[in-house]
Design a protein around this ligand. Structure first.
Ligand SMILES: Cc1cc2nc3c(=O)[nH]c(=O)nc-3n(C[C@H](O)[C@H](O)[C@H](O)COP(=O)(O)O)c2cc1C
Length: 303
């Protein structure tokens, strides 16, 4: 009997639906036991978020501070862990980071193959780099990464995803598409579960991996790489400033958050379109380097 632990933290239930679809074929699989567990922070995070609650978690997410979480009801060891997480400010969400910092995680992840599953807006590269080092620190073996991103162009999701997070509304409006991952993409996630079932049957998880190659598990947008790298550098600077201004929800912190939000709006209205234009112009000259970066970020599963 193979044992799989499916661990996740999802607020609206979107990531959970992705996992439900992915895990369904595994639950039908002979000789496989699936333990499905949600990570529970001791102090729950709000959903939908108020403006200040949303930005108050920014520095702690970026600095991987984590939060206290309930222990998960689980066995001593598993043959495979499927770890579902969302990206918060280009970092794994705080509850998932918090869980990965527990003694229980140390025991569960050591020498265990891990498949990460991400469902987010469309900026997950830096989060996954951080995830890779968290998993390496636990002695885990990352063998695959599956990523589903919100439907619509980046410029649209820059409006639809925050609107969804701040109001709970996902519907299409004006010329904007519905927020979140497309239903077809969620439905198609079952192919990963089917493949994992076959792979477990053949003990393939015991080898180096990946198990989900050539299945469209990830699709890195080369045009977003530079944006993410630059944004992450700026996030580190602003996180330090916001932390120095005061503890979470203090008046000092909220003042700096207000300044930051204004700065962000001006940045999005001016620098981001200019940067996109510049990237288009220099793309032919940087094509090789960008393609190399794309294929590196698409590891271990590849496209
Ligand atoms: C505080 C916060 C920060 C977020 N930051 C990002 C981000 O940096 N990149 C991204 O692609 N999505 C970001 N998102 C969207 C989430 O990754 C995810 O799509 C959304 O929270 C829905 O997931 P869930 O309802 O399954 O938890 C953020 C969401 C929250 C709540």
């Amino acid at each position: 009997m193979k044992k799989i632990l499916i661990l996740y933290y999802s607020q609206s239930g979107q990531l959970k639906r992705v996992l439900d679809t992915l895990v369904a074929p595994l639950e039908q699989c002979d000789e496989v036991q699936c333990d499905y567990r949600q990570i529970q922070p001791l102090r729950p995070y709000p959903y939908p978020w108020s403006f200040y609650a949303f930005f108050n978690v920014f520095p702690e997410a970026v600095y991987l501070d984590g939060c206290e979480v309930e222990p998960v009801k689980a066995e001593e060891k598993y043959d495979l862990i499927v770890l579902g997480y969302t990206s918060w400010f280009l970092s794994p969400s705080i509850p998932v980071t918090g869980f990965l910092q527990t003694i229980q995680a140390k025991r569960l992840f050591k020498d265990t193959p891990v498949v990460t599953v991400i469902a987010c807006r469309d900026m997950w590269l830096m989060a996954q780099e951080k995830m890779k080092s968290l998993l390496a620190g636990l002695g885990a073996r990352l063998i695959d990464n599956v990523v589903l991103t919100d439907q619509g162009k980046s410029l649209y999701t820059f409006v639809t995803t925050p609107r969804w997070m701040l109001t709970g509304k996902k519907d299409a409006f004006w010329f904007f598409p519905k927020a979140g991952v497309a239903e077809e993409a969620i439905g198609a996630a079952s192919r990963f579960g089917e493949r994992l079932c076959a792979a477990l049957h053949n003990n393939e998880e015991q080898h180096k991996g990946p198990l989900l190659a050539n299945m469209g598990a990830v699709n890195v947008n080369g045009k977003l790489i530079a944006t993410e790298r630059i944004a992450h550098r700026s996030f580190l600077i602003w996180s330090t400033l916001i932390k120095k201004a005061g503890p979470p929800n203090s008046p000092g912190r909220n003042i700096v958050i207000t300044i930051y939000a204004l700065f962000l709006l001006i940045l999005v209205a001016t620098v981001v379109p200019l940067n996109m234009l510049l990237r288009k112009i220099i793309y032919p000259f940087r094509k090789k380097a960008i393609e190399a970066a794309v294929s590196s970020y698409e590891q271990p599963s590849g496209r």
